[in-house]
Design a protein around this ligand. Structure first.
Ligand code: NAD
Length: 354
């Protein structure tokens, strides 16, 4: 029996609206039929792409055979459009961040449950190659148990593009990259609680919004994750640096195959074994370990799973599988984001149980 085609309407036909059109076209089972955008030029683009161009949300939602609405507008509109779409009995895939805060996210989730429709968020960076390598190293305990995780990405251009420079639109890097990188950390520890949150938000080159931030999350297993994002750094630091209790992992970039991992052989050698390190000043603690005491590990090879999000969404809409990006994930992430903003405003560590 041929399965029902899931008809899709896109809200916000900009960069990500086009991205979703291409992905949905790639995935057998979806058919994008219409788009709504507040900018008439984007409606022309939609027409050129063979879609029905709607100049209001009402017009889009009136298309009865649309099953799924994909929201790809600036962030401040996500909650409003999600609620309108859910009340019109459509499933919703929303771009990240789900909403501007946890309170809004709760309202959307309640609306989804009331209408018995799916509400999920495009946390696509769960399938980034670098992240899947980190996951695999953790699962296979290649460097023992993780103790501290550094996760970061820095741009060089010193800009927050377009509406990202506007706080009213939900601009700033915490809402932009922050929600991806924090979601990744939460997914590494799905059953642990975040017990404290520290956030520092700076406007270095872009006034009014955060174009650099640091977030420190401490978990109830004593793991600490340090996440930072900036738009202006002209030197590179590794994308990931992970301390384990048996070794260390460094991933240089998003490819997931540049960097290295190493693990101690036997037990860590104490001072007695230190012969001295000619390039170092007077320290035994920081003296390098002789190479025979540790092994270099091959980085795990991970396969490209960039279509997995859409495959899962299709399955979930058809009632065949559970969603990957759940309501609990969405509320947990937005609670952490709230705590980061609070911490930054109060210049203090916020104790939580998230
Ligand atoms: P964009 O500026 O390229 O596109 C936004 C579109 O929304 C524009 O066409 C604009 O005209 C339209 N729009 C603005 N206000 C509107 C309104 N009130 N009603 C209807 N349409 C409106 O922005 P973008 O980079 O595509 O970002 C869109 C969303 O996608 C954001 O939420 C962003 O955080 C998210 N995003 C996600 C990823 C990812 O990897 N998941 C990557 C980039 C952006």
């Amino acid at each position: 029996m041929t399965k029902k085609l899931i008809k899709v309407g896109i809200v916000g036909f900009g960069y990500m609206g086009h991205f979703h059109l291409n992905k949905a076209n790639e995935m057998e089972g979806f058919e994008v039929v219409a788009a709504f955008d507040s900018n008439p030029d984007k409606l022309m683009d939609a027409q050129k792409a063979g879609l029905k161009a709607c100049s209001t949300m009402k017009e889009l939602l009136a298309i009865e055979d649309i099953d799924l609405i994909i929201i790809a507008t600036p962030n401040q509109m996500h909650a409003k459009y999600a609620i309108e779409a859910l009340n019109a009995k459509k499933h919703v895939l929303c771009e990240k961040p789900a909403t501007m805060n946890c309170e809004e996210a709760k309202q959307v989730v309640e609306c989804a449950n009331k209408n018995e429709r799916i509400f999920t968020v495009h946390q696509n960076r769960r399938w980034d190659l670098d992240y899947m390598v980190v996951q695999k190293v953790k699962e296979e305990k290649e460097i023992g148990s993780f103790t501290t995780i550094e996760s970061r990405t820095y741009g060089q251009r010193g800009v927050c593009f377009g509406w990202r420079a506007d706080p009213e639109a939900g601009g700033g890097m915490l809402y932009d990259w922050g929600v991806h990188l924090i979601d990744q950390i939460l997914q590494l520890f799905p059953t642990n609680k975040v017990v404290s949150v520290y956030g520092r938000l700076l406007s270095v080159l872009t006034p009014v919004v955060d174009d650099y931030f640091e977030v420190k999350l401490r978990l109830d297993n004593e793991v600490c994750a340090n996440v930072s994002v900036g738009t202006f750094a002209l030197q590179d630091l590794p994308r990931w640096f992970v301390f384990g209790d048996r070794g260390t992992l460094k991933l240089d970039d998003f490819t997931g195959n540049r960097g290295g991992a190493a693990r101690i052989k036997g037990t860590v050698k104490g001072f007695e074994s230190v012969i001295g390190h000619k390039n170092l000043g007077p320290s035994r603690t920081m003296a390098h370990l002789e190479p025979e005491n540790f092994e270099k590990l091959n980085l795990p090879i991970v396969e490209d799973k960039s279509m997995e999000f859409y495959r899962n969404l299709l399955g979930a809409i058809r009632g065949e599988e559970e969603l990957y990006v759940t309501q609990e994930d969405i509320l947990r992430l937005m609670s952490v984001v709230d705590a980061v903003f609070l911490s930054a405003a109060q210049e203090d560590i916020i104790k939580v149980s998230i």
